[in-house]
Design a protein around this ligand. Structure first.
Ligand code: SF4
Length: 238
């Protein structure tokens, strides 16, 4: 079950990735704030508590760690829905100790790293000024040391970084993830996906890691839109 703690009309993010399925970032932000109150969240959770799901997943219209009440929201979701909680993050705000502490509450954290160096980081993720890949990787290491849930690393491969799979694998090795998800954008967006053969070639560089899956070979969980209008709002390019 997807939970959007931003719920803004346009995308609100610290990045503006070239492959984003939500279109361009309308609100570039780096400062955390409250977007949806905990009272509103409780009302929504009560509405959906009888719906069967395997996980409650914080993602939505941008970067979920921008919500300053994420930690409290994770606790509320666990107590009301009685589901394990996953958070999908672009990793940028893990440089803040507050964000790392809030994410310790999640059962699964899926963190993104798409670039092997600062130049490609700026080209692929188009971050808010001031964010650097070096600081983000340092923060991910700090997070990894203490986090006791499942830590998955998500790496998106496109034309721009496809010849850097070796360097990306070295970054992944430093972070000891429980799982590596090798992706290429299959949903409509501004760039073309790599072919299965190109992705398989990238995957071969990850031979020193366990549990490496690619978007072409991973099992896809069954997903049903529960509110079609809302789903379309979140995936405007579908
Ligand atoms: S981090 Fe996610 S939401 Fe933000 S621009 Fe990149 S793909 Fe889109």
């Amino acid at each position: 079950m997807g939970i959007d703690l931003l719920s803004t009309m346009g995308k609100t993010c610290t990045f503006d990735c070239i492959y984003c399925q939500l279109g361009r970032t309308l609100c570039s932000e780096i400062k955390r704030r409250e977007f949806v109150s905990l009272d509103s969240l409780v009302k929504e959770l009560k509405r959906v508590e009888s719906i069967a799901a395997d996980y409650a997943t914080f993602s939505g219209m941008g970067e979920p760690t921008l919500a300053s009440n994420l930690g409290e929201a994770i606790e509320l979701v666990k107590s009301i829905l009685k589901l394990p909680v996953a958070v999908l993050t672009n990793s940028s705000l893990l440089t803040g100790e507050d964000v790392r502490h809030e994410l310790y509450l999640a059962d699964v954290v899926v963190a993104k790293v798409d670039a092997p160096n600062e130049e490609l980081f700026r080209k692929i993720n188009r971050p808010v000024m001031g964010l650097t890949l070096g600081e983000i990787i340092k923060a991910l290491k700090l997070f990894r040391e203490k986090y006791r849930g499942k830590f998955a690393l998500q790496m998106m491969f496109v034309e721009t970084n496809k010849s850097y799979a070796f360097d990306m694998a070295k970054i992944a090795e430093q972070l000891s993830p429980d799982e590596v998800q090798i992706n290429t954008p299959l949903r409509p967006c501004g760039v073309s996906p790599l072919s299965p053969a190109e992705l398989a070639s990238a995957e071969r560089e990850f031979g020193n890691l366990e549990n490496v899956v690619t978007v072409y070979t991973a099992l896809k969980p069954e997903v049903k839109p529960f509110d079609l209008a809302e789903t379309l709002r979140r995936r405007p390019k579908l």
